[in-house]
Write a protein that binds this ligand. Structure first.
Ligand code: ZN
Length: 227
């Protein structure tokens, strides 16, 4: 079964309009990406992916607008920790490219052929392959299906990398290992954080959902980077 759906809705349109008016001074072209769900996904998976796609588009808008207006907010310093022009510009470009991918006229294809239980998803050229763990994530909030969908699109649209995935995020949800590592990455290596996909995911999830940072403690120790 192939399901096609479009990003739409007043919120997405208004958020896109606001972002474009703020940055470009011109109105947006009202295109919206098409989600193509591979026949390898069952109907329950397809419904979850469709919901995550719409939510991830809103996350992308929210993250771009939030960062553009406040690049030194607490959330931005948590996950990127940069203030110089070139680095801030790089973060904006990454968020803009990701937003453009959701709002553009292209397709994003998702498959459900992954059988790994230690990963969430594998990125392809024009989409990703969702693993069983992906469908066990909460729909919204920290390390959610929406957030991981957004994360995957940062790879596709902006060439982000995975610096902290040596510690499988999805296996460590209960003790928040992933956010702990990403906080440490931003504090010690902001040049890597601004290329790291999950740093963008946590930033977007924090500004859009406002999860409780008191649950998260910066990792304290040596660890090898995957980037
Ligand atoms: Zn990734």
């Amino acid at each position: 079964m192939t399901v096609r759906t479009k990003v739409s809705g007043l919120f997405a349109t208004l958020a896109c309009l606001a972002a474009w008016l703020t940055m470009a001074g011109s109105p947006p072209v009202a295109h919206a990406a098409t989600l193509v769900i591979d026949r390898s996904c069952n109907s329950d998976q397809a419904a979850k992916l469709t919901d995550a796609f719409h939510e991830a588009a809103a996350l992308a808008h929210g993250a771009l607008g939030a960062y553009f207006s406040r690049p030194t907010s607490n959330a931005a310093m948590n996950w990127f920790n940069v203030t110089d022009f070139d680095s801030v510009h790089r973060v904006i470009n990454t968020l803009q490219s990701t937003d453009n991918r959701f709002m553009g006229s292209g397709t994003i294809t998702v498959k459900c052929t992954c059988r790994s239980y230690s990963d969430g998803a594998y990125t392809g050229a024009n989409g990703f392959d969702a693993c069983p763990n992906y469908f066990s994530l909460p729909p919204r909030g920290l390390e959610s299906r929406a957030g991981v969908f957004f994360h995957e699109v940062t790879h596709i649209a902006a060439g982000t990398v995975d610096c902290t995935n040596l510690y499988p995020i999805l296996a460590e949800i209960n003790d928040k290992e992933g956010p702990d590592m990403a906080l440490d990455l931003a504090a010690e290596h902001p040049d890597k954080a601004i290329r790291n996909a999950i740093s963008y995911e946590y930033y977007a999830e924090q500004v859009y959902y406002g999860f409780d940072m008191s649950q998260i403690t910066r990792y304290d120790g040596e660890w090898p980077f995957g980037c």
